[in-house]
Design a binder for this molecule. Sequence first.
Ligand code: TV1
Ligand code: CA
Ligand code: ZN
Length: 393
Amino acid sequence: ISNITRPKGYNVSFHYQPEMEKHHFGQTHPMKPWRLTLTKSLVMSYGMNFAMDNYTPRAATYEELRDFHTQDYLDFLATVAPEPVPRDLDNHNPDLKFNLGGSDCPLFEGLFDYCSMSGGVSLDAARKICNKESDIAIAWGGGLHHAKKSEASGFCYINDIVLAILQLLRHHPRVLYIDIDVHHGDGVEEAFFSTDRVMTCSFHKYDPLNFFPGTGGLDDNGPKNEHNPGAHHAINVPLNDGITDEQYAWLFQSVIGKIVEKFRPTAICLQCGADSLAGDRIGRFNLQVQGHGACVEYVKGLGLPMIIFGGGGYTPRNVARAWAYETAVAIGCQGRIDPVIPQHTVWREHFRQESLLPSLEQIVGEPRQNRNTQKRLQDVIQHVHEQLRFVNQ
Ligand code: TV1
Ligand code: CA
Ligand code: ZN
């Protein structure tokens, strides 16, 4: 604890709402808000909280959610009963409204509170960036990139990222959104399809038929009509199973480096979905804590104000490892934290088998076969660089 000190010359803030932890999507649902508990407790056991400004944000108000979402959707979300919705024999629910109540986006006790708290942490982070009280603001409870303005999708109901970016746009001329979740950041991309003030860039597993949400191909760069200023401002990096740290870092740096050079953002939003780690219950990549964290390190090195969001991540131990490591990267103490996880109670209670020599950086799970050829990755980079020829700020 004693060797973690406040970073000099810049401020890191940690936006955390403990009430989010208590919500449950259902016994077998992969999304476990409890992974936030695990992350927070790791961060605290290393003493990182002493190096940051810590905030417990209020929930977002209905009016704040209205900045992006429609009234009819919010009204339904706020009043819908938490009881399981009846299904027909094929497990279809004929009464599905706004895509709510299916298996991906179930109705559960306190759903609206959970959604408005997730919106609240990300909005709080955005406010601290806008008023320059923070240089890096961390919102692990946010990052729910699939939500549409009047539709839930892929475990996401309220798009806290869109709300935060809208807030940033009040003070920042250009915002870059980067998404390293294994899924395509479709909701954020779509929300800013028609503006040249936001560029979105998602790295993801792409298989239109077999992997959610099926969008985000290399050629999907925003509607390309002459009158759309947002054309060429959506960058997609579609990938195959098993990508490694080395390949990912190389791709990430050459794509983001070029984007920053051409687009010249004044603030960056980084969604750090941890389902791109090896051993994830849903993900397909082979990233280690180091490789995932290297993206955060690279973006921090650009020296722009930034918000770090959570997102996916379905092997809770690994999610907590990555997000605790990335909190350390934000503070700048990653070289000084003990790789042996402190024996704090939550970790010991739940992972007894790993508690003899629990390592922060060694994640659990078997590696996958790498299906990404160097040739294909080179083609992807070339295509992205060609897209960016159209962009000149
Ligand atoms: C209940 C119980 C729901 C077990 C959902 C995996 C489950 C999944 C479950 C699941 C699961 C998805 C689809 C299929 C579209 C559906 C937070 C045609 C073991 C940001 C969202 C993925 C990812 C949705 C969210 C996806 C995020 N995968 N078990 N559901 N239908 N939905 O494929 O990007 O990480 O898998
Ligand atoms: Ca992504
Ligand atoms: Zn995901």
